[in-house]
Structure formats: C-alpha cells, structure tokens
Design a protein around this ligand. Sequence first.
Ligand code: HEM
Length: 394
Amino acid sequence: MTAAVQPSHVPDALVVEFDMYATLGLATDYHGTWLGLRGGPDVVWTSQNEGHWIATNPAIFDEIYQDPGLFSSSTIILPESHGEAHNLIPTTMDPPEHQPYRMILNRLMAPAVIQTISDSVRQVTIELVDALVPHGECEFTVDFAQQLPLHVFMSLMALPKEDIGKVKYWSDQTTHPDGSMSFEDALKHLYDYLEPYIRERRQNPGDDFVSQLVTAQVNDRRVTDDEARHLSVQLLIAGVDTVVNFLSHAFLRLAREPELRRTIASGEQSIDVAAEKLLASVPLVTIGRRVMRDVDFHGAPLKAGDMIAIPTPLCANYLRHEGEGVAALRSHLTFGSGVHQCPGRHLARMEAEIVLEEWLKRIPEFELQDPDGIRFQGGIVGVVEALPLKWSVV
Ligand code: HEM
C-alpha cells in the first residue's frame, strides 16, 4: 500500500505507523493490536494507506458518527483512492439523500420481519451442525461460518440455492479479492446475475427481499432497477462477510474459554445475553469518514479533505451506557452508531443466538486443533483465516 508524506498540518507528536491491512501484530493478535492504540492521543495520524487519521478513543466515536456534516460518508473505504471507487447505496450517502433509502432497509430488516424468518435460519443452522457432528472436527470458517449467512441471504432474496457457489465467489472478490477479478468486474457479475430476478419480481412481486426492494418508494417515486441492484448487492457485501467473521472470532473465544462456553451451554447465562456480550467483545469493522472542514478535533488539527478511520475493533467490550439492562448491554459499538448504524443488526443478533443455541446443544465441548496456529487478516472486516476445531464423537 502507498505511504504518504506527512502533510505540514500533522504534528509529529500525533504520528504512529499503523497499517490497518498489514501491521504485523494484527496477524497473530487482531484485537490486542488494535487495543494497543488506546490510551494515547484521542486521534493519531498514520502515513500508511495514503495517509489518514485514526480515532483511538471509543468515547469520541459517537461525535464522528453523529455529525455527518463534518464527517461525511462520501468515502468510507481506506485508502481513499479505493474508497472513491466504491459507490454503494446507502453507505456512501449523507443525509438527507441517505434517509429514504435507509427507511427502505429499516422496514425490510425490522425486528418483527426478521422474527418471521427465524425458523428457516434455525433449520439451516441445524442441518449444517448435524452434518458436522459425526466428523469430530471441522474447519469452522469454511465448513460453517461461510455457509450460514450465504444460505440466509439466498433465502431472504429467494434466489436458487444452487447459485450459492458463484454468488460467494463474486462476493469474495469484492471483500477479499484473490487477484482473479477487479472490484468493478465482481460488482458487474453480481449486477448481471440479479438483473433477471429484478425484472421478474417487478412483474410478479412475492414477499422476498428483492420484490420488496423493487416495489419500494424513494420519496414519491418507485426504486429504479439500478437502485434495486445496488441495494441488493449492498446487503450481500455488508451482511455476509461480517457475520462469517463475527462467528469465527466468537467461536475462537468459545474454544479458548471453556468456562464461558459451559456457562452458556448450561443456561447459567441466557443465550441472548451471551450473544450480545460476544458481539460486544469482537467488533471487526474498520471504515472511515471524509473530513468536510478544518477543525481542531480532540487535539488533532483536521483539514477539509482528510480521511479519518473509525476502527470498531479497538472498542472491544466498550459500553456507552452503564447498568445491567438491555440498553446498556447493547450500547457497544460493534454495529456502529448514528444514521448509518447497521440496519442488519437484528438479523445478525438472531443468527448469533440461534448458532450459539443449536451448536452448543450438539457440540458443547470442542477445542482448537492447533492453538498456536490461529492467524488473522486486518482490513475493512477483520478476518480469521482458518479455525480448525475438534471434538469427541460419542
Ligand atoms: C456481526 C455482523 C455485523 C456487523 C459487525 C456489522 C457492522 C456494521 C457497521 C459497523 C456498520 C456501519 C458502517 C458505517 O458507519 O458506515 C454497518 C452498516 C451496514 N450493515 Fe452491518 N454488520 C453486521 C451484519 C449485517 C447484516 C446481517 C446485514 C444485512 C443483511 C448488514 C447490512 C448493513 C448495511 C446495509 C449497512 C449500511 C447502512 C447504512 O449505510 O445506512 N449488516 N454494519
């Protein structure tokens, strides 16, 4: 990645060298390495990835999330030259343009709607776990974590299950390219794939997500085909890789912490509380915002046009509210905050709860095959490269 020359407005005291994709420690201790940035200045600057600021104090994250006039979502991917090419609805929009699209997603993924698919998510989960039980081992990321959210996506969109392989390949090329295809080509494949379904559902709408997207209103007009394609691909890109890696980070913790696992399996800690605490403990999304005007922000002289990263992994276990109630439990920053706060969080929570319940019922005891061999990748979503698990077959 390209390193930038330190601009004259950046004071030496705020410079750190941190490559969110490749800083060495991230590969062996992903959260620990991010947490290492806490405790210093609230905002630091790195020359890596074309040069950008990094917010390091979770207590100031809300000020960034809640002020889109100062911290714009027009570019959210770092480095900024890559981010400028990512033009997705509604992630790279600011209010007021963002709002009508966001209302569509809020309706689509409201808690009551998500509840209606819980039986089918549970069924897929059970089928996947049941198939693994007799083997006594699995590579959790490939054999389970990558399967579940893709099955859920295809079923929400009412797309054929046989296409999971190719959809996964194109989706992977947008989030973790293997060099075989550019981001733009991967998007084009996904758009072309969705095209006939969008046309067909416009004629004969059902109750699936594609039908609801094509028949939704933006202000006082219908969503266009192009917007429906964008929104569909946005759901895939935002809703699969995050869940894959959340499950992998969470199961790594469960494999390393038998006491925690037993507390959940025995019912001592309820599934919903356990899922929420796991979500709070392994945040994994690092995106950015574009600074819109010169401002002194917690000691950092930000200039209009600068990029600032808001890395949720350094907010692990940080809660914005105190207490034991649901509001406090859910006040972590794993799903972000403000107008772009994850609209898929109700679905993600449900997936987490169902997986914990059904997996621990069938495989309550498991361990890592190679405890010293776990490796991570930094980036927009923190990746667990592989998670080989083993258990006794009775
Ligand atoms: C554990 C799983 C998940 C995590 C950690 C996560 C995290 C996040 C975060 C931090 C943001 C805010 C980005 C920003 O501020 O710019 C976000 C936005 C978003 N997420 Fe999630 N997410 C998860 C699951 C999902 C799921 C399951 C879906 C849908 C199927 C989804 C769809 C979206 C969409 C569409 C946005 C953009 C919202 C907007 O720009 O208004 N996410 N997610």
